[in-house]
Ligand binder design. Structure first.
Ligand code: WTA
Length: 655
């Protein structure tokens, strides 16, 4: 149940508590008493609580029905169901009078000499123009638009333009392969693809248009492709299908009326990995998602006008959706969008960007912190970072060592760290400290936000009380919750509500301490978290067995110093094949090509056979132990069809 953490990770942190800074207790949006009060109100009268919080977004018609959710039967989740709004208008138009000339997006390029500021007025105009372009291409309410773009402002423009015309965007991370892109386009039958000539990352270019062309060979639903010129690299343009973004936008009218959308109309689909099968299209709707994005962005980051806020995620992941685009823009914030990577041109880049743009709130992933820790304090300490006042962490458990380094070295022991636990499915942060309300413990995501009802259950679904450890579930809905799996409501029900009937099961394990603090221990299912990116072991396995020389494969996660978890693959070759070093490299390259670089196996072990039960089920528990080099505690192997298989695997362990 400890997921990818060991017991000792917790032990030496038990005593360390960082109390709320007194100045924050008096100035933050929510202090400790305020948190208790909000928590109780949201629990006892969610209708009243969320009717009030709903006012934070701009409604065309304010909702009168607030909550209508059911975690049993067919599972139905509706928030603000008679409200009408447009997410793009709520993020842009409503700000024009008050802060039209304020910077909405600071874009920092991969190259440190490239940056630009886009004001709310400019962003609004770009979005209106592109919304008109989309309409001209026949895209409207309910149509699906796939976005395969690098971290450029046009990515935010494309998202908001979709929202403006009522189309549903589906962003595919630029690191995914043509095959992955094609599967995601086919699943939702997108009619428009928005991509770029090339992306830029760490001084190298990523061939997005070339990848898209390969993907589109098997995507007949796509009628039009809009190509943003990012690097100016030479790309093929198919007449009639492919269009140049800049030309279309220049010719389009800057006036566009936002489409009035129902609160429960879909806003976006985002594909994410689960324990089985192909990635599923997590569907978020408009009203509840936007309220949750705004509420959590304001309170968790204690956002105030004048802040420069930077979330280092990519818009291809949910963190980029909620905390680069929708949350900050709903709140009229200045959000920084970074095209590059933490180590280019060198390991000081993050901190230089913070100084350059006077960033006050910085939100990143533990894997980035751990990789930068390797270079020591030097690259951090040569920068000032005096603008910083708050730090955040997301994507995976942050080990106490990394937390303390982040706190002392990056934050100069001045900035609280909000360790925010959430998922693609939850739309936004659910468990996190509030800077003015919550004492911090390194490695703990601390307490649930108002409206969030976590509980821990044992394997039989029995609730565990007090200080304990178990499967993390949520007993009631919150506005930002996903509504369904796109096109497959049965899968939604099966994946999240069948393990423990009546509860939403997160797939995570957690420990709760005597103060009621949650310590997320990692996934308890067959999902692994590689550098904060979710990867289904089943996906990597099916990529491996698709190779003509592979007979069988089993993939598990193992503890990795930088990535949190690495990918360990056991591969059984066809009878006539020789296990060579070349073949090992070929298989790594194969998986990269099938799924994308984030799925590259860190270790491949040749397995003459896999440990199976007599009924033929692979015993992953044993494979995880071998990969983690915990071969002393393999547990009961007596149910195996052939126990000798295990001895062989232990002897030939890789790494
Ligand atoms: C993990 C990313 C511990 C968790 C927002 C979850 C975390 C999965 C944390 C979701 C955290 C995310 N502490 N674990 N602060 N944040 N996780 O969908 O296992 O990409 O289930 O959403 O990441 O990953 P996803």
């Amino acid at each position: 149940m400890l997921g990818n953490r060991s017991v000792t990770d917790f032990d030496h942190t038990h005593d360390q508590v960082f109390p709320v800074r007194p100045d924050l207790a008096s100035t933050a949006h929510i202090n400790e008493a305020g948190y208790r009060e909000a928590y109780d109100q949201a629990a006892s009268n969610p209708e009243a609580f969320w009717a009030k919080e709903a006012q934070r977004v701009a409604w065309i018609k304010a909702p009168t029905k607030i909550k209508n959710t059911n975690f049993t039967g067919d599972i139905s989740i509706k928030w603000f169901e008679d409200g009408v709004l447009n997410a793009s208008a709520s993020c842009l138009d409503r700000h024009l009078a008050e802060r039209g000339d304020q910077t909405a997006i600071i874009w920092e390029g991969d190259n440190p000499n490239d940056s630009k500021h886009v004001t709310y007025r400019e962003l609004h105009e770009q979005v209106c123009r592109f919304a008109n372009v989309m309409k001209g291409l026949g895209v409207g309410r309910g149509d699906r638009v796939t976005i395969y773009l690098p971290m450029v402002p046009e990515a935010a423009v494309a998202m908001l333009a979709c929202a403006r015309v009522g189309a549903i965007h589906s962003i595919v991370f630029g690191g995914f392969s043509p095959d992955s892109l094609s599967n995601r386009i086919q699943d939702c039958n997108a009619t428009l693809l928005i991509t770029a000539d090339e992306g830029r990352r760490g001084g190298r270019s990523v061939p997005l248009k070339a990848n898209a062309d390969k993907a589109l060979a098997s995507c007949p639903s796509v009628k039009n492709v809009v190509v943003v010129k990012v690097t100016g690299g030479k790309v093929a343009m198919q007449p009639g299908r492919d269009h140049d973004y800049a030309t279309l936008v220049a010719d389009a009218s800057p006036v566009n009326e936002p489409e009035p959308m129902n609160a429960e109309d879909p806003l976006f689909i985002l594909y994410t990995s689960g324990s089985t099968g192909q990635p599923k299209g997590v569907l978020h709707t408009t009203g509840g998602y936007l309220v949750w994005a705004s509420y959590t962005h304001q309170n968790v980051f204690d956002y105030r006008p004048g802040d420069v806020y930077w979330c280092t995620a990519d818009v291809g992941w949910v963190t980029g959706h909620t905390y680069i685009v929708y949350g900050p823009l709903a709140n009229g914030a200045t959000t920084l969008m970074f095209e590059g990577i933490p180590t280019y041109p060198d390991a000081s880049r993050f901190w230089q960007v913070i100084d350059k743009h006077k960033v006050s709130i910085f939100y990143t992933a533990p894997t980035a912190i751990r990789s930068l820790m390797r270079d020591g304090e030097g690259p951090v300490k040569k920068t000032a970072r005096t603008s910083l006042r708050l730090l955040g962490s997301v994507g995976e458990p942050i080990n106490p060592e990394a937390w303390l380094w982040y706190y002392h070295v990056v934050g100069d022991a001045r900035c609280p760290i909000v360790d925010t636990w959430w998922q693609t499915e939850t739309g936004g942060i659910l468990i996190s400290p509030l800077p003015g309300a919550t004492a911090l413990k390194p490695g703990s995501a601390t307490l649930p936000l108002p409206g969030v009802r976590p509980l821990l259950v044992d394997g039989d679904g029995k609730e565990l009380t007090g200080a304990t450890e178990g499967n993390l579930c949520l007993s009631d809905s919150w506005p930002g919750q996903m509504r369904t799996v796109y096109g497959d409501h049965a899968r939604f029900k099966q994946t999240y509500f069948s393990t423990f009937p009546g509860l939403y099961f997160t797939g995570d394990g957690a420990r709760r301490d005597a103060d009621g603090y949650y310590w997320i221990t990692g996934r308890v299912d067959d999902v692994i978290n590689v550098s904060g990116h979710r990867m289904g072991t089943a996906e990597v396995e099916s990529a491996l067995v698709a190779h003509p020389k592979v007979a069988e494969a089993a993939v598990v996660g193992f503890p990795h110093d930088i990535k949190g978890q690495g990918i360990y693959a056991y591969v059984t070759l066809n009878a006539e094949e020789e296990p060579t070093e070349e073949l090992r490299k070929e298989l790594v390259a194969w998986v990269r090509q099938e799924i994308g670089p984030i799925a590259s196996p860190d270790a491949i072990q040749w397995a003459p056979a896999l440990p199976k039960t007599r009924s033929g089920k692979i015993m992953r528990r044993i494979l995880r132990k071998i990969a983690a080099n915990e071969t002393e505690s393999l547990g009961d192997t007596s149910t195996l069809a052939d126990p000798a298989v295990v001895t062989e695997l232990v002897q030939n362990r890789v790494g």
